[in-house]
Write a protein of this length. Structure first.
Length: 171
């Protein structure tokens, strides 16, 4: 029994798919130096080079090199001497501190905190600071207000529809 042209194409397509998956997973494994933490601080040592850093309810300390962005929600970011970040540095509800020799190649943004930097620290991009913890109230409350208004609207619609569909009682 011989194999048909369709079977041969199917096998070639399958082999090509496996090859592509193997190559892409190898590339991802090689460059997968990004970290995301929930409630545990991230520390990058002086001889480390990593990709992206994201931290929820924790802080980030960089003494080495970060090739991507550094983002903290509810925590601070500290870039110590000779620490470098090639991407953006952003924190919501925390501070950014740049020690002597620290470098940010892109933007630095702080919502609900402060930027403290040594005169020898470098930020190549824009610096945006909505300082003070007063900004946290509108940032945190806005989604709850929108959700509350949406729920109130749905309740109003349901009550209005109920009022129309109720049959009139004739006495």
């Amino acid at each position: 029994m011989g194999t048909s042209v369709g079977d041969h194409r199917f096998r070639m397509l399958g082999a090509l798919t496996l090859l592509c998956l193997a190559l892409s997973s190898a590339a991802v494994a090689k460059n997968n130096s990004s970290y995301t933490q929930f409630g545990h601080n991230i520390n990058i040592g002086p001889n480390q080079a990593v990709g992206e850093l994201t931290c929820f309810a924790c802080s980030i300390r960089v003494r080495g090199k970060v090739t991507g962005d550094v983002t903290a929600f509810g925590g601070s970011i500290v870039i110590e001497d000779q620490g470098e970040v090639a991407g953006d540095v952003t924190t919501f509800g925390g501070d950014v501190r740049l020690d002597r020799g620290a470098k940010i190649a892109a933007d630095a943004t702080v919502f609900g905190g402060q930027i403290r930097r040594d005169s020898a620290a470098t930020i190549s991009g824009d610096v945006t600071s909505m300082g003070g913890h007063g900004w946290l109230v509108p940032i945190v409350l806005t989604p709850f207000v929108v959700l509350g208004l949406l729920i109130a609207f749905v309740i109003w619609l349901v009550q209005r529809m109920r009022g129309r569909s109720a049959p009139a009682v004739v006495a």
